[in-house]
Design a protein around this ligand. Structure first.
Ligand code: ADP
Length: 404
């Protein structure tokens, strides 16, 4: 059975066609610069053959059509026509309080997605447009929405409410939602499989460290806290986002610098984090290189990044009442031994010890592990520390199959 997974961003569409039995990726691609001036870029990998094309693409419907024509290309395509696709899984950033699992999409689901769109104004409208286009093109097959927020709906009230006047929650549903849910869910389950202990018996801290970064505390298979909140701005210091700061800084800077809400929003989301502190880049690789060359602000940025991870690991150990596994994933978690070591240094007292050789050489793999999965904890470290490449698309495809 072939399942198409779609991930619509504000001006992009990523797609993957997966064989749901073997879980093999048959084809994948990304269309970028949708609806912007000039031509959109479409790059794809169809059964190992890579290609690129450029054309004007007005909206997500046109992008989806471009994707399907590549997938069904007579010369090397992986489907004969649309009837080869059994179901479609859509990544949707925000499900508000309505969705705690992935769901099959119907008109009621679409109405709820429209209703929660103000909570994710850049992302949800694109997903809804893409869902509608996909339902028009493939009206007879099941289409599923898999939410970034859904996994965190189990976070208890004392952790998901903010200490604001209650009417603001009633009126706007201002609360912690959390994001990266499909990633945290995937790496937690995968870690349990790798160590051979049921997920329901484990206390896990999952660190998704990409451009956007969040940590989740997972107890007995459910999320009990996570660092991103009402928006993806809260929590860890990120590539260009502040993460948690004193909220009074916001009003102070707005007054002092005469900034509008949009300007302060831009400053905190796009100009801060690693980029803001180092003045060099939002990409950790660049900032680590600059530190190696002796740049003191780069060093500070890297130290702050590591510190913000360690601080949350400590918090979540307290919340979980113990810890069995720390799992690292996404660009930084999967690829930066330096940051992994810095973030978890000095925690030996708590049973957390990184083995430098395993961390840098990636040699401690698992008998039934996949590429990129390895253990970095020292022999004798009570807490197992794993690196597991994330796979949100696979999680979406599995949910889609389960809902068929
Ligand atoms: P996104 O959130 O866009 O999906 P990724 O998970 O791909 O992001 O992570 C991207 C980030 O991962 C880059 O900005 C970079 O900082 C970091 N990264 C990737 N490879 C390395 C590496 N070898 N060393 C340090 N950081 C890396």
């Amino acid at each position: 059975m072939k399942i198409l997974v779609l991930n619509a961003g504000s001006s992009s569409l990523k797609y993957q066609l997966m064989d749901s039995t073997t879980e093999e990726v048959l084809a994948k691609g990304v269309v970028e610069r949708i609806g912007l001036a000039g031509e959109a870029d479409h790059s794809f990998d169809i059964g190992g053959a890579k290609g690129k094309s450029s054309a004007e693409i007005a909206d997500h419907e046109c992008a989806l059509q471009a994707a399907i024509s590549v997938l069904s290309c007579p010369d090397g395509g992986v489907i004969a026509d649309l009837s080869d696709i059994s179901a479609v899984g859509h990544r949707v950033v925000h499900g508000g309080e309505y969705f705690s699992t992935s769901v099959a999409i119907d008109e009621d689901v679409l109405a709820k997605l429209d209703e929660v769109s103000p909570l994710a104004p850049l992302h949800n409208p694109a997903a809804v447009t893409c869902i509608r286009a996909s339902r028009t093109l493939m009206p007879h097959i099941t289409q599923v929405a898999a939410f970034d927020t859904a996994y965190h709906q189990t976070i208890p009230p004392e952790a998901h409410h903010y200490p604001l006047p209650r009417n603001l929650y009633d009126k706007y549903k201002v609360r912690r939602y959390g994001f990266h849910g499909n990633s945290h869910r995937y790496v937690a389950q995968r870690s349990a499989d790798l160590v051979g202990i049921p997920l329901r018996d484990l206390k896990i801290i999952s660190c998704h460290l990409g451009n956007g970064a969040s940590i989740a505390a997972i107890k007995n298979g459910v999320s009990v806290d996570t660092s991103m909140g009402f928006t993806p701005l809260e929590g860890l210091m990120m590539g260009t986002r502040t993460g948690t700061i004193d909220p009074a800084i916001v009003t102070f800077l707005m007054r002092q610098e005469n900034l509008s809400p949009d300007e302060i929003d831009n400053l905190m989301n796009k100009q801060s984090g690693l980029l803001g502190v180092s003045g060099i880049s939002s990409d950790l690789r660049d900032v680590l290189d600059a530190q190696d060359r002796g740049d003191e602000l780069a060093r500070l940025a890297n130290d702050m990044y590591a510190y913000s991870i360690k601080r949350l690991v400590g918090q979540y150990m307290a919340i979980l009442g113990g810890l069995d596994i720390i799992v690292m994933t996404a660009g930084v978690g999967e690829n930066s031994p330096v940051m992994r070591a810095a973030a978890l240094a000095g925690l030996e007292h708590w049973g957390i010890a990184v083995d430098p050789w395993r961390n840098f050489e990636k040699k401690e793999t698992f008998a039934d592990g996949k590429d990129g999965e390895f253990k970095i904890s020292a022999t004798g470290s009570r807490v197992k520390i794993l690196v597991v490449p994330t796979n949100e698309e696979l999680m979406i495809a599995r949910d889609t199959k389960a809902l068929l």
